[in-house]
Design a protein around this ligand. Sequence first.
Ligand SMILES: [Zn+2]
Length: 229
Amino acid sequence: MALKSNQLTPNLTQLTKFGLMNAYLVREDDGFTLVDTTMGAARDLIAAATDAGAQIRRIAVTHGHGDHVGSVDQLREKLGPDVPFLVPEVDVQILAGDRSAVPGVQRGSWPKLKTSPDQLLQAGDRVGSLEVLATPGHTPGHIAFRDVRDNSLIIGDTFHSIGGLTVPSYFSLPFPLPWVGTCDRAQVLESAKSLAALEPSLAVVGHGPAVRDPQAAMAKAIATADQKA
Ligand SMILES: [Zn+2]
């Protein structure tokens, strides 16, 4: 099944699998940065980039869960080693099977990847136009990306937007899965607050639709999460 493609800005296209899992194409001068990969979607991700008029030049992920790294090995088989794989530094230790390296609970699915990372991402790093932000909580090494061109945020799973913008720090319907997978539920709320403080122009998430001018919706999601904490 092809991915649903939705161009959100001149630089950002959302690709959605099964109406549930998002990946993003971020346009740069040399082609696309692919952020997150959904699962089993390598062929469709490559086709979507071709349709959008450029090639995938690098693959970056917000965190190590299976629904975000799930197409990485296939992508590398098809695109070759010249397309680097960029992973948050802390999560890569868990992906490598070294759970002792990271304290706390590691919830969610952590597939073992054949692809070894080419670059370990830390807060403050730049990936083209994207600035790396540390947003631990959902996973210990979780990161977000801020496009410095327009202050849009690629958030990963620190919020989701199925049934409205939500912080996965507490059980909520209709989509409790991000909560089930959240490793540190107090920390994810702190990271959500740090993202809201950036006053983004656009918020895109791992699960659910994009939210334009998201400041009021983020504040409401945080207030609800604070009440449940
Ligand atoms: Zn996740």
